[in-house]
Design a protein around this ligand. Structure first.
Ligand SMILES: NC(=O)c1ccc[n+]([C@@H]2O[C@H](COP(=O)([O-])OP(=O)(O)OC[C@H]3O[C@@H](n4cnc5c(N)ncnc54)[C@H](O)[C@@H]3O)[C@@H](O)[C@H]2O)c1
Length: 441
């Protein structure tokens, strides 16, 4: 079977990472084109993949103007730049891997689903947690029925103090109007994961949370607008020089340092800390997304769940407890423990180690798992290999929108029943009514 050909829209952190999977799996996929406005990124990416000059564009529209030059497209632009290219490349007949969130508003998410279904192309949304070996191990336990009926769920996303400061106070996802809400930007993964593990979409949600700590009101006396000029930097846990200099000194030339500087030199870092967004005091930024939030959910079958995201933790993997009528499952992102009420014995499950759930480590095998599933689906024309298709991804995005409405309005939101989504979740329905286009051109 010929390798699947890909074009990449946005040669940033995600686009570069997915494309490297292709480099290390040359029999499976080959990158044939790129669109990226930043010259240094485009040139580096084109050289790494041997992309012909005519297929290296500075804007996705230029690449789209060339018609269908590959089997599939990886759309890895920022959150507010997903829907337009997704609609355009679907109309051209490309199969699509679209980074999450699909889009920051419900109408655009629905337009994407309509576009891929009308064009009869496959869509895989970047819900990489569905593809982690750890997730598969949790799902196997749940689907086996060992837990009995799951009555309660407790799920925690400990974002971590430095990760929050990097991405959600100083960085690209600090403001909902520039990117998405915190729940959508970070925790759409978590609501999607709960839906996937339980095999059903929630019915009702409520939520509380706010931006409380990373505000001007908490700025310490004597703090400057930039860490490099700050008299109290040494006592601040959120010091930018400490975070990024340590990474540079340790030679960790990848995310998050790669979001701050292109050239991994001390001079480039000095300049970024002096002039760039990542050198700002965390109490003097233009951020507005929440730094802690809780969501309460009710699922069909009277299952209740709570989800907590917090900035105020050691950066760690997600932690989950599933409380069933016959057993309790505890998972910390690496190992799973199942305590059986009948035998009173605890079973330890250790899925093949795939590393931490962070972007720097490929999300615990999730990034590679998604690329593996997506390229195989395109090569074989089998959309069933994609676990994060249009309808299940739309369903979990709808839960996020509902939770955010609940937080803002102080309401309990009922998520309207979507029979077509529920069929897709349980894979009992007919799926798309028309056949999927074959992978090859
Ligand atoms: N699945 C995950 O777990 C995960 C993790 C992190 C980020 N993300 C999502 O992935 C997406 C990309 O994030 P990132 O960190 O790689 O961002 P990034 O900023 O590093 O990369 C985006 C790239 O798009 C480029 N771009 C801008 N305009 C363009 C245009 N008109 N045509 C082509 N390219 C254009 C930018 O120059 C940039 O290089 C975001 O939506 C983000 O939320 C997903």
């Amino acid at each position: 079977m010929a390798p699947v050909s890909l074009v990449v829209i946005g040669a940033g952190q995600r686009g570069t990472g997915y494309a490297r999977w292709a480099l290390s799996h040359p029999t499976r996929a080959k990158v044939a084109g790129v669109a990226e406005p930043r010259e240094v990124r485009r040139a580096r990416f084109a050289a790494e993949h041997g992309i012909a000059a005519e297929h290296a564009a500075s804007d996705w529209r230029q690449l789209a103007d060339r018609g269908r030059i590959a089997d599939a497209v990886l759309i890895c632009t920022q959150d507010r730049m997903h829907a337009e290219p997704a609609e355009a490349f679907a109309a051209l007949g490309y199969h699509i891997l679209l980074e999450k969130p699909m889009a920051p508003d419900e109408a655009a998410c629905r337009r994407i689903v309509a576009a891929v279904e009308n064009a009869r192309v496959m869509l895989a949304v970047g819900h990489v947690m569905r593809y982690m070996p750890y997730t598969q191990a949790v799902k196997e336990v749940v689907d086996s029925g060992q837990l009995g009926d799951i009555m309660s769920v407790q799920h925690l996303e400990p974002v971590g103090f430095w990760h929050q400061a990097h991405s959600y106070v100083r960085g690209n996802w600090r403001r909902a109007d520039l990117a998405a809400t915190m729940l959508m930007a970070k925790s759409c993964h978590d609501l999607d994961w709960l839906q996937y593990i339980l095999g059903r979409a929630p019915l009702r949600v409520s939520s509380f949370g706010s931006l409380t700590h990373f505000t001007a009101a908490n700025r310490p006396a004597g703090a400057a607008d930039r860490c490099v000029a700050c008299a109290v930097e040494a006592s601040c846990p959120y010091s930018a020089p400490r975070l990024y200099r340590d990474l540079l000194d340790q030679g960790r030339h990848r995310w998050p340092l790669s979001a701050v500087i292109e050239d991994f030199s001390s001079a480039a870092l000095d300049e970024a800390l002096r002039d760039g967004p990542y050198g700002r005091c965390v109490y003097a930024c233009d951020n507005d997304v929440v730094d802690h939030q809780v969501v309460a959910l009710e699922f069909p079958g009277a299952t209740t769940a709570t989800f907590t995201m917090t900035a105020f933790s050691k950066a760690a993997d997600r932690q989950t407890r599933l409380f069933g009528t016959r057993a309790e499952l505890t998972g910390d992102g690496q190992t799973i423990r199942v305590y059986d009420f009948l035998t009173r014995a605890e079973r330890l499950i250790t899925p093949a180690p795939a590393g931490p759930m962070t972007a720097a480590h490929g999300h615990g095998g999730g990034d590679a798992g998604l690329m593996d599933a997506f390229t195989t689906a395109v090569a074989t024309g089998d959309p069933a290999l994609i676990r994060s298709g249009p309808r299940e991804s739309l369903a979990s995005h709808l839960a996020v929108f509902a939770a955010e409405r609940a937080r803002l309005n102080g309401t309990v939101e009922t998520i309207p029943p979507h029979p077509e989504l529920r069929r897709a979740l349980f894979r009992t329905g007919p799926g798309p009514s028309r056949p999927i286009r074959p992978g090859g051109r």
